[in-house]
Design a protein. Structure first.
Lengths: 309, 293
């Protein structure tokens, strides 16, 4: 246990010192995607539901944030709130329909709904279509107490949001509610026969995951000051699956590691154009065929084997 | 000329024809998905990419070797089908024992690789394919291009032939039996793994055939299958993958629904299939023709 505490302390120190060593905007983007991937993983890793449409929460939350802050000229806190609530609402409607089917159909249904939201966003006036919602102003937080024009200051805000989201997920997984979710994942019929209404639990988990994905999307819009169609597209839904998969499904740190790996890779490969997609596709193939546990899962396995010796 | 609800008949029938053609592609593609899923338990996300490969194969055959459309209609599906068989042998085979979602992820990754490579080689803007049967008929109330009429008829023939092959022939009977209980069918001395490989090849060839048919109508481009496959997923959810006939009827029907939407409320034409999907999930979650397994 001591080793674990030490690890957390080291990670915390690293996270606090990071903006002095790396480009803060990059770190903030990575943190947003890490939270997004964790939200996705809450659903797949702990309820066994694979959503292939999580971009619909991430992307729409960005639009909600941008519209509230730019067009309505409200403080960013309300923008974040609007993003979270909007994503949760989208999650409630699509989730209530999607959980009526199981397994692979669930993935196809969420994918189809995400595509529907995408087409809606292409046409809706407030999203500005292909141009996207540009130039969302960065306003000071807490009524002027925290100036966010400085990237490093904003970094700590984003870090706080990430830690909040991460702790929320940790709390959800380790609560009695989380235990029921895991029971449903492992054996839905049995959970139901014990009196747990599986559909209600699944829907609540879906809405929570959507809300957290929304928090990530709204935060990303705050950092980068724009919201575009890319964030609602099917490719984005695939990307978050990839992040969780690379890191390790069903591990709580996995998606964070996966998000940092994928974002770093994209950063370095951005110049190669189409090859980013080719490489991402190839990673999918390799992971599914050879390393299904992901980076963190494989490392944990290795550690366990070492301990056993 | 007469008018229906204030819509000029040319526009109405024009959109209905367009809807019928889209429906023909939905039917052919969802049919292939259903056949593959039945046998392999894999939702083939590469279906859109393989459809694109069919169109590209025809375009390259014409451009490089001067192979005419009618020959490409046979050769292109064979080439792409063989490619599918290689994929099955090398990769898909290894994941049948795993959860469905891994097949979905693997084929999604493959689609990214294939589409990315085509985009890198040929760019994302489309290339035109010459219409093999130009001209058309004047039906009085609308102009019917011959090629488009041919596509609808050809798609119907292909769909019905697939239905016949699976529901009424001996090989089809093996196939259906192997879907129900592979172990038992193996005990009867039938090579089930080979049957699975052939099924995948056939499903992929069907997608490629649809691609060849689409080449003269749409532009041949690396991304032509990307959005299509997502719509086809919705079609499959609406129809349910239980019955072959169900896939065909749902595919054509939804094409028509989409065409009608384009006439009466154009902004919703992109989303109408997804709305239908939501309604079907409310009323009959297993799909119109599906059984709950």
């Amino acid at each position: 246990m001591n080793a674990q505490r030490l690890l957390v302390a080291v990670l915390a120190a690293l996270a606090l010192a990071a903006p002095w060593f790396a480009y803060p905007v990059f770190l903030m983007t990575a943190l947003c995607f890490a939270l997004f991937a964790c939200a996705f993983n809450l659903l797949l890793g702990y309820v066994g539901l694979m959503s292939f449409g999580h971009a619909m929460f991430f992307g729409t939350a960005g639009y909600f944030f941008g519209h509230v802050v730019k067009a309505w000229d409200m403080p960013p806190e309300l923008g974040l709130l609007a993003g979270v609530c909007g994503a949760a609402l989208v999650g409630l409607v699509t989730g209530a329909l999607a959980i009526r089917r199981q397994g692979i159909y669930f993935a196809m249904i969420t994918l189809a709904f995400a595509q529907m939201i995408y087409f809606f966003c292409v046409q809706a006036p407030f999203t500005h279509g292909e141009d996207g919602l540009q130039g969302i102003p960065r306003k000071a937080l807490l009524g002027g107490l925290i100036p966010t024009k400085d990237d490093r200051v904003l970094y700590y805000v984003v870090l706080a949001i990430f830690v909040f989201g991460y702790c929320a997920i940790y709390r959800i997984i380790h609560s009695p509610f989380g235990q029921v979710l895991k029971a449903i994942r492992d054996n839905e019929q049995r959970a139901q026969s014990l009196g747990y209404e599986a559909d209600r639990y699944k829907l609540l988990a879906f809405v929570l995951s959507a809300a957290l994905a929304g928090l990530a999307g709204a935060t990303k819009a705050m950092v980068l000051q724009f919201a575009t169609l890319t964030d609602v597209s099917a490719a984005m839904s695939g990307e978050v699956v990839l992040m969780a998969l690379v890191g390790g499904l069903g591990t709580i740190v996995g998606p964070v590691v996966g998000a940092f790996i994928i974002i770093t890779m994209q950063n370095y490969l951005a110049a190669t154009g189409e090859f980013v997609l080719v490489i991402q596709g190839a990673i999918f193939v390799v992971i599914v065929l050879a390393f299904r546990k992901g980076v963190v899962g494989e490392l944990a396995e290795w550690w366990k084997r070492r301990q056993a010796r | 000329m007469f008018e229906l609800l204030g819509i000029p008949p040319q526009a109405l029938f024009g959109q209905l024809l367009l809807g019928l053609i889209n429906g023909a592609f939905y039917a052919m593609l969802s049919l292939g998905l259903a056949v593959i899923f039945g046998m392999l338990n894999v939702i083939n996300f590469t279906h859109g990419a393989q459809y694109m490969m069919g169109a590209f194969a025809a375009w390259l055959l014409l451009g490089l070797l001067d192979v005419p459309f009618w020959a490409a209609l046979v050769i292109a599906p064979i080439i792409v089908g063989l490619f599918g068989i290689v994929l099955e042998k090398l990769m898909l085979k290894r994941i049948y024992h795993l959860d469905h979602l891994y097949g979905f992820l693997l084929t999604f990754g493959l689609a990214l690789v294939i589409e990315g490579l085509f985009q890198w080689k040929w760019g994302s803007s489309g290339a035109p394919y010459p219409n093999p049967i130009p001209g058309g008929f004047n039906l009085g109330f609308m102009f019917l291009p011959t090629y488009r009429a041919f596509v609808v008829v050809a798609a119907l023939v292909i769909c019905l032939a697939t239905w016949y092959g699976i529901e009424r022939t001996k090989l089809g009977a093996y196939l259906r039996a192997a879907t129900e209980n592979p172990t038992l069918v193996r005990a009867f001395g039938i090579n089930v793994p080979r049957l699975i490989t052939l099924t995948y090849g056939l499903g992929v060839a069907l997608a490629a055939l649809a691609g060849v048919l689409a080449a003269p109508i749409q532009q041949v481009s690396a991304l032509m299958g990307v959005n299509l496959v997502l719509v086809v997923f919705a079609v499959v959810v609406i129809g349910g993958m239980g019955s072959i006939m169900g896939s065909i009827v749902t595919g054509f029907g939804l094409g028509l629904v989409e065409g009608l939407t384009k006439v009466f409320y154009p902004p919703a034409s992109n989303t109408v299939i997804f709305v239908v999907m939501a309604l079907v999930l409310l009323v009959k979650p297993a799909g119109l023709f599906g059984q709950t397994k």
